[in-house]
Design a protein around this ligand. Structure first.
Ligand SMILES: *Cc1c(COP(=O)(O)O)cnc(C)c1O
Length: 352
């Protein structure tokens, strides 16, 4: 019998239950590949890449661009394998034995797993019934528990709920521990913690290319923080953890980010349209979203999920996850995709 690390046996396996979907709306991906002009540049760059060399200039070039865009120094930025790697390292560096990490519930399911992996004590903080975050109570929870790390997801996955910037700033002003704001969906929202980051050296903003920039395949994300923080976090990454191919692609995508503006506007317009259609369906509760997905609550969510599964539409059902009973999260897709799944939801409800 192999003797694994304590706690490993009870750790869940990350399993999103993929199938051969006709319409894939379960992972908040962008349902279009690279814009053609971006693809041309990407292929050209990859054909000239030094495959024999460890990564270097591609990562530095991306960092330089990000620093210029956010008006920070290069040493304020850490590039990583998706914001997942940022989150894992932040939990590892600030957590540990007998240290508490406060994160919202319901929110991104990986926070609990990173807390467990880092050997920290999880302190889930209950969101309000409408999934808004009570900033005062959050601050109290962080301070009463003497937490070492506070986490928020703004806007929040899987509820789509915005966290107003004034609330984020209130939290930053009233806690002393590290404070990470996961902005995986910020491009679909109206405000960003980046607007106040320079005032708060205990604050870290995490972002990703996987969602709004449709680059989930490349696994590129980044953190922006005070250079003292990035120096400490930087110690725990593997050498050359971000590969040249992914960094080169993200570098081009970021250079050409204006090519994505119309796509992001399209998703926001579709989100509004989807919301307006859903609220007309009796029995379906719709949560207002500032992301590229929408959460609905419906009495027979399990059956609705099965129905969608059987006709090849992949959505994210939450089963009995804490505070998410009978909830389904649907990624906002292209117009025809949205028409198809809304029709399916309507058909199911009318006929059942
Ligand atoms: C998708 C997602 C991430 C991780 O994205 P990466 O692909 O690892 O960059 C992080 N946080 C939240 C809330 C997400 O939904």
């Amino acid at each position: 019998m192999l003797k694994y690390r304590a706690g490993l046996k009870n750790l869940p396996t990350y399993d999103v239950g993929e199938a051969d979907w006709k319409i894939k709306l379960n992972a908040n991906e962008f349902n279009m590949n690279l814009p053609a002009v971006v693809e041309d540049r990407v292929m050209g760059r990859l054909s000239r890449l030094a495959f024999n060399r460890y990564p270097g200039i591609e990562v530095e070039s991306l960092k330089e661009q990000l620093a210029a865009a956010y008006n920070v120094q290069m040493d304020n930025i850490l590039i990583a394998n998706g914001s997942s790697e940022i989150l894992e390292k932040v939990f590892f560096c600030l957590g540990g034995r007998n240290r508490k990490i406060v994160y919202p519930q319901p929110s991104f399911s990986m926070y609990k797993i990173y807390a467990d992996l880092s050997g920290s004590i999880s302190v889930p903080f209950d969101l309000n019934d409408d999934y808004t975050l009570d900033a005062e109570k959050f601050v109290d929870t962080v301070n009463i528990n003497k937490a070492h790390l506070a986490v928020i997801c703004a806007p929040n996955n899987p509820t789509g709920t915005a966290v107003p910037l004034r609330d984020i700033e209130y939290i930053a002003q009233n806690i002393n521990c590290a404070f990470i704001v996961d902005e995986a969906y910020v491009e679909f929202a109206d405000e960003s913690a980046m607007q106040i980051l320079s005032k708060y050296p205990h604050m870290i903003v995490a972002r990703t290319f996987s969602k709004a920039y449709g680059l989930a395949a490349a696994r590129v994300g980044y953190a922006i923080a005070d250079s003292k923080v990035t120096t400490m976090l930087g110690k725990v990454f593997m050498p050359y953890h971000v590969n040249s191919l992914s960094a080169a692609v993200a570098d081009i995508v970021y250079q050409m980010r204006h090519e994505y503006e119309s796509r992001i506007s399209m998703i926001k317009a579709e989100r509004q349209r989807v919301n307006d259609e859903l609220v007309k369906i009796a029995g379906v509760k719709v949560y207002p979203s500032k992301t590229n997905f929408i959460l609905i609550k419906y009495d027979r969510a399990q059956q609705l999920n099965e129905y969608l599964y059987n006709i090849g539409i992949g959505v994210r059902s939450f089963g009995n996850a804490p505070r998410l009973d009978n909830c389904i999260r649907i990624t906002i897709g292209l117009r025809e995709e949205n028409d198809a799944w809304i029709k399916a939801v309507r058909d199911f409800i009318v006929n059942n």
